[in-house]
Design a binder for this molecule. Structure first.
Ligand SMILES: [Zn+2]
Length: 191
């Protein structure tokens, strides 16, 4: 069954991973993605290159265990989100403009029309001591993602949820586009 899940989702992972990388939303080895199938989580392997995924770069783990195996170092965060929300997919990316604007703020507020439609209440920014493979992040963000589409971990990146990988990636792309515009606006004003 687990191999069937990997086979079922592989083309989707490959496509979205490639688009995230080529859009500059992830660097060569950053980011991770997962989908939920009942009590199984199909997730990218640690160290995999999201822009060039092979089938062997996907692993299937039990939602209700703590087993990590070759799974992404963020698997604890993915499990925590699935346990507490209705998310069916999670995408994480190190979107640079979103990260650079996250250091000094608790919320990102888009200025552009699309961003305001998708995120009328802004996007919460979580500040933790350790932001990578972090138990703090696993504790903090599921509560936010119960009602929000995405959250930014300060100095690290965005975690977004959706019905599938495309929807989760869409939120990341939109937040990064809005962040880029805010950044350019500040530069234009000489801030
Ligand atoms: Zn990361």
């Amino acid at each position: 069954m687990r191999y069937q899940y990997i086979y079922k989702h592989y083309e989707h992972f490959k496509q979205i991973g490639s688009e995230l990388f080529h859009a500059g939303l992830n660097n060569f080895h950053s980011g991770n993605m997962s989908v939920r199938e009942n009590d199984d989580v199909i997730i990218t392997a640690t160290g995999s290159k999201l822009g060039f995924l092979e089938k062997d770069d996907l692993v299937c783990v039990d939602l209700n265990s703590e087993e990590k195996g070759r799974a992404s170092c963020e698997v604890s965060v993915h499990r925590a989100v699935y346990r507490e929300t209705t998310a069916k997919a999670i995408v994480h990316a190190h979107a640079p403009y979103s990260v650079v604007l996250s250091f000094d703020n608790d919320k990102f507020t888009p200025m552009d029309g699309e961003g305001k439609v998708y995120f009328p209440d802004g996007v919460n920014i979580v500040h933790v001591r350790q932001s990578v493979a972090s138990e703090e992040v696993a504790l903090e963000i599921p509560g936010i993602l119960k009602k929000d589409k995405a959250v930014i971990v300060a100095g690290h990146g965005i975690f977004a949820v959706g019905e599938d990988l495309v929807e989760a990636a869409k939120w990341i792309s939109s937040i990064e586009n809005s962040s880029h515009l805010v950044y350019l606006h500040r530069c234009m004003k000489g801030e």
